[in-house]
Design a protein around this ligand. Structure first.
Ligand SMILES: Cc1cc2nc3c(=O)[nH]c(=O)nc-3n(C[C@H](O)[C@H](O)[C@H](O)COP(=O)(O)OP(=O)(O)OC[C@H]3O[C@@H](n4cnc5c(N)ncnc54)[C@H](O)[C@@H]3O)c2cc1C
Length: 382
């Protein structure tokens, strides 16, 4: 029997690749293996669930059985792969060996965890998949005050969403502004002001050093001496592409699993896409790039080697308290920022020395200009 194409992961990368593959090939056996429950959902919706009154079941788009039927695939859920043996084209699930024709790593990125002193570590919730979200929703029922660690894109989205869902939110982060790696300071200030107007309180600078039970509540001790009272803590301090199993199998890894533009790792029959993949030095943890990768990789897996191209990749940040669209300049490229507008409505543009638009941040009413600006942006990977 022909060995299957095996995809590890049933997030947006794994399921979208399977869909694109099936458009081109309805016959080749396809096996998806996932450590989670295999439900299909859109991860970006995790940070709009409170405002929309959607629990984990409400965000689930399809059960794994329905996905298996739709994709004419076998799906193994709650199954964690533990090793890869590229030389023999097989992978390991504990003692069990599974052979593959081609293997695709779509195993995502994991939440960065920092050790926190004190006796309340179990009240800290990372939210990086539907199961995390279900656990957090259950813990948050009947509670009021949420402390969010991290003021990046995801921390700010959760703060906005949970405020709209009726929670009091405080954000603690060791940075001078929100979204420091994404936004110029003036745009960050506009977003912070919008969130503050909604009721979010920011503590930028300190870190959480200790979390203690205090009756039914928690005491959060910050490195600047402040002590905040809260009911539970969300950790949104970052994501790290999963690379350990790839490195152990001898594949080249850097920040992510290193792949070329055909999404091929340093081994001919192993590919990667999504949050775990570093495509020609670029590791983007967003949906648009993984969709482009899924389309290209499906072609390659069907015998038509295809390089992925990235156009401009603007990100719409889900902070309705201050609408925000950002397209950061390519990493390592120098430009000059110019600010137009005032208050919440800012158009902040980054130009190169030759006048080429390299990136932008639009807030408030200025977000309406994104389509026109996107047309002027250079492709990220032509
Ligand atoms: C709250 C939140 C909001 C977001 N909002 C946006 C947004 O608005 N716009 C945007 O573009 N992007 C957004 N993102 C990012 C976007 O959702 C991700 O880039 C994308 O969903 C990643 O998909 P993935 O399939 O690569 O990874 P994941 O969805 O993480 O899937 C990884 C899969 O691999 C499985 N797995 C891991 N290890 C193993 C193993 N050893 N064995 C078997 N299976 C394994 C997991 O169980 C899972 O099925 C957001 C992310 C978060 C967390």
């Amino acid at each position: 029997m022909t060995s299957p194409v095996v995809i590890i992961g049933t997030g947006l990368a794994g399921y979208n690749l399977a869909r694109e593959f099936r458009k081109l090939d309805s016959e080749t056996p396809l096996l998806l293996i996932t450590a989670d429950d295999g439900r299909s959902y859109s991860k970006p919706m995790l940070s709009t669930g409170f405002a929309k009154h959607k629990d984990a079941d409400g965000l689930c788009m399809a059960e794994p059985g329905a996905m298996a039927e739709q994709l004419n695939a076998q799906i193994r859920t709650h199954t964690r792969i533990s090793g890869i043996d590229p030389g023999h084209k097989r992978l390991w699930i504990g003692e069990e060996a599974v052979e593959y024709r081609d293997l695709v790593l779509a195993w995502g990125a994991q939440s960065v965890q920092v050790p926190i002193q004190g006796d309340a570590g179990e009240r800290v919730f990372p939210i990086n998949d539907l199961e995390d979200y279900a656990r957090f929703r259950a813990a948050a029922a009947g509670k009021q005050r949420v402390l969010i660690l991290g003021a990046g894109l995801i921390g700010c989205e959760f703060a906005n969403d949970m405020c709209l869902g009726g929670y009091q939110c405080e954000v603690v982060a060791p940075c001078e502004q929100v979204m420091p790696t994404l936004l110029p300071p003036v745009a960050a200030a506009a977003v912070q002001a919008g969130l503050e107007a909604l009721g979010v309180r920011f503590h930028l600078g300190p870190v959480l050093t200790r979390l203690q039970q205090a009756g039914a509540a928690l005491e959060a001790h910050l490195s600047d001496g402040q002590v905040l009272s809260c009911d539970l803590v969300v950790s949104a301090i970052g994501l790290r592409p999963r690379t350990d199993l790839a490195a152990a199998a001898g594949l080249q890894v850097n920040r992510g699993v290193v792949v070329d533009r055909q999404l091929r790792t340093s081994h001919a029959h192993i590919f990667a896409l999504g949050d775990c993949a570093e495509v020609e030095g670029i590791n983007l943890l967003y949906v648009m790039p993984l969709m482009a990768c899924a389309r290209a990789l499906a072609q390659t897996l069907c015998g038509k080697p295809t390089a992925v191209s990235y156009g401009p990749m603007p990100v719409t940040v889900k902070t309705p308290a201050c609408p925000l669209v950002v397209s950061p300049p390519p990493h390592g490229v120098e430009g000059t920022w110019q600010v137009q507008g005032s208050g919440a409505d800012l158009k902040v543009l980054c130009h190169g020395a030759d006048g080429q638009l390299l990136g932008y941040a639009l807030t408030g009413a200025a977000v309406l200009e994104k389509l026109a600006l996107n047309r002027q942006l250079p492709a990220l990977m032509a």
